[in-house]
Write a protein that binds this ligand. Structure first.
Ligand code: NAD
Length: 398
């Protein structure tokens, strides 16, 4: 972690002029005072990019394109130039900037899904390994303190062998927003050329998959999937991507999982939830109530554990990792949420970027944030789900 003798890290943005996600990242970047946004190529439209940069809440260097940003920043001395780049563009515009910045030796924090295709993701992964450079995929929900606690609970064996995982991400925006006149702004998500082989599976199914893999440490070995378009949009017809995604999965320990995502469930907002069932007990976590973790052990009353109320010596949780207990959090009752989760990812990434700059970076084990290989796994999952759907929902191995 950083200390007061260290200058704040400089972050450059690619994209971000229109999406809410840029504002969420901006707050998370600033949260510790050890990182700040200093540059941006904020739009694919060069005029808009410059105008948006000039409207940024504090002075940043605006660039007309990410190529111009790379060139301009490389001309600066270390310490002045950006220390890492954050890619916030639609999915089809992740690969090129990510590749170019990594090749130039600048660490990359990239929105999900990692790329448009598995092949692109594998290419990025190979370059990241060759360059031995930090790379993060923005799977936001790994940053919740309670997600990290859930990972410890499951992987410490408290629930016994995992038999069944039910993970779902339910939203309503396709049903709700498709009726609004500004829907065109969002419509890129339904277009395979901009979104990839799946809209709903790629956009939020990959979050659900990542939550499953991160908490349980298990991998999907085979799947049988359904990808459906339940809200029909005029002008898309045959090409319209899915808004409803269901994959029944075999896990590599012999267990089973259901990975579901939908964008048509009116009443659901960002309803990501997971239930992990083991031989000795179960655990439930939901992002809209992310201050708590619910644990049921056989023949014991249900336990609701609140972030902030968990102590290393409370006799229930065994061997709570020091680094988890040392994480900066607010006292319980002062709720943490989405921005805190993002900030935790940026904080961990900052630490790796500083190590990289001082020559002590040894790679990441995926315990702090999603890695480039997690991004590859997400794309493989999606491509195999599409294959299964195309072949009558047949079982497909990953
Ligand atoms: N982690 C999360 O929780 C989360 C949430 C929402 C969106 N996302 C991801 O963020 C990404 C962006 O989604 P969005 O909804 O904000 O999209 P958006 O369409 O609202 O915004 C994308 C921005 O990228 C800009 N852009 C496009 N091409 C560019 C280029 N070549 N150079 C510079 N800027 C360019 C656009 O001008 C726009 O400002 C997607 O990959 C999406 O999956 C992640």
């Amino acid at each position: 972690m950083s200390n007061s003798n260290q200058r704040p890290l400089n972050v450059g943005l690619v994209g971000g002029s229109s999406g809410f996600i840029a504002k969420a990242h901006q707050r998370a970047i600033f949260m510790d005072g050890t990182r700040r946004v200093t540059a941006g190529a904020l739009s694919s439209n060069s005029e808009k990019a410059m105008a948006s940069a000039s409207e940024w809440p504090y002075p940043i260097v605006g660039y007309e394109s990410f190529d111009a940003m790379l060139e301009g920043e490389l001309e600066k001395s270390a310490g002045e130039r950006i220390d890492y780049v954050l890619i916030l563009t639609p999915n089809h515009a992740h690969f090129e900037p990510a590749r170019k910045f990594i090749e130039a030796g600048i660490p990359v924090f990239c929105e999900k899904p990692l790329t448009l295709s598995l092949q692109e993701s594998e290419t990025l992964s190979a370059i990241v390994k060759e360059k031995e450079i930090p790379f993060c995929v923005a799977h936001t929900y790994l940053g919740h303190w309670t997600t990290r606690l859930a990972r410890h609970v499951v992987q410490s064996g408290l629930l016994g062998d995992i038999r069944w995982v039910d993970v779902s991400y339910l939203q309503s925006w396709m049903a709700v927003r498709s009726r609004n006149p500004d829907f065109a702004k969002t419509a890129w998500r339904l277009d395979p050329a901009k979104s990839g082989p799946s809209n709903c599976g790629g956009d939020i199914g990959t979050h659900a998959l990542m939550q499953l893999r991160y908490i349980t440490g298990l991998e999907v070995k085979a799947l049988s999937a359904h990808l459906e378009s339940l809200v029909k949009i005029e002008g898309f017809e045959a090409d319209q991507l899915d808004d409803h995604f269901t994959a029944y999965c075999q896990l590599d320990n012999g267990g089973r999982a259901l990975v579901r995502a939908t964008q048509i469930a009116i009443g659901h907002k960002n309803d990501l939830r997971i239930e992990v069932n083991g031989a000795l007990g179960s655990l439930k976590w939901a992002q809209e109530e992310s201050e708590k973790l619910v644990i049921n052990l056989i023949d014991q009353p249900e336990r609701i554990h609140w972030r902030g109320g968990i102590h290393a010596n409370d006799g229930f949780f065994q061997n709570l990792p020091e680094e988890l207990m040392d994480e900066p959090t607010t006292p319980w009752g002062h709720a943490e949420g989405f921005h805190d989760a993002f900030a935790r990812l940026h904080r961990c990434f900052e630490s790796d970027v500083r190590a990289y700059q001082s020559g002590t970076y040894n790679g990441t084990d995926g315990s702090k944030y999603a890695t480039v290989d997690d991004g590859v796994t997400g794309l493989r999952f999606i491509e195999k789900a599409v294959e299964s759907n195309r072949n009558g929902h047949a079982w497909v191995e990953l």
